[in-house]
Design a protein around this ligand. Sequence first.
Ligand code: CP3
Length: 343
Amino acid sequence: MPETAPFLRVLAGEPVWPPPLWMMRQAGRYLPEYRAIRAQAGSFLAFCYDPAMTVEATLQPIRRFGFDASIVFSDILVVPDALGQRVTFESGEGPRLTPITDGRGFDRLRETLDMAHLEPVFATIRRLKAELPAATPLIGFCGAPWTVASYMVAGRGTPDQAPARLLAYRDAGLFRRIVERLVASSIIYLRAQVEAGADALQIFDTWAGVLPTGEFERWCVEPVAAIVSGLRESHPATPIIVFARGAGPRLLELKDATGADAVGLDTATDPHWAARTLPEGTVTQGNLDPLALIAGGRALDAAVGRILAAFRHRPHIFNLGHGILPETPVAHVERLVELVRRG
Ligand code: CP3
């Protein structure tokens, strides 16, 4: 991997202009070529464990748009799956898991990840290293313990993660055991992704924003900090991005306490506030509203312009503030690429 890849230079703290660009969930249903291969696969998890499919899905947005980074096609819920929890995806309804509501449910989990089960993910990374353009870094990822645990406890997506929040209040001991299992598993999983060839890592804490202070420290900051320090011990050169949606002003603490190389900014974060408030040299990533990308036109141009202006002299990676939505017109992504490339 040439050290000159703009994405890696920014992660090392260098302001690069125009900023490198990729999109969270850049592979997926908004692309007709993704829908075509997805239709051939059976279940979504079967798709995730088929390297021929996942390599192709990862490459599709790179071929079409030439993004500055690729992200291995997989899902955060392969971790509970490899811990022996039953995970399925109902079409159009999202994930379903056998909920863990008590100690007996927790005891049914494996003590450690079934690495053989995850081998297709590592095979995907190895193949991608051979097939990606030499200058396109590959991002490996996992979900943060809080977000993954919230699905493991509720057994599905919920609007506010109430089942996990309640369990964390009612039986903090049990909840801590779930989170600790995920911290240990995530370190092993991310290390294996780096060994297979991932150039950078991102930890997705999609549901961090529902946690009050105290709970945020306990269930978002501390577990993510433990994962980052585990990776630093074995792979100190691999940059790590933490995306904690809804962190708001707690981004400062998150950055300091976790020692992450970069923080993701969500849709609601004012880019000018971030540029003013985060210490100079803080590497940021984000934060175009995926709905502005659907709308296109003047709304898109203005939103992109605001983000570019705010980070003009700072190390910034252009991205969305959350994942791209399936109804996004491909032409609007093309427009986004044009605007960001122009700087
Ligand atoms: O970014 C990429 O292109 C890589 C692939 C990727 C997927 N999921 C593929 C996917 C990544 C990085 C994820 C992360 C993920 N998965 C998160 C964290 C980031 C975020 O967007 O909040 C979460 C919370 C999940 C769990 C998950 N996976 C849900 C809630 C759903 C159903 C809702 C939805 O978005 O469809 C999934 C399914 C999923 N993961 C799909 C894709 C492409 C759609 C399934 C399909 O194609 O049939």
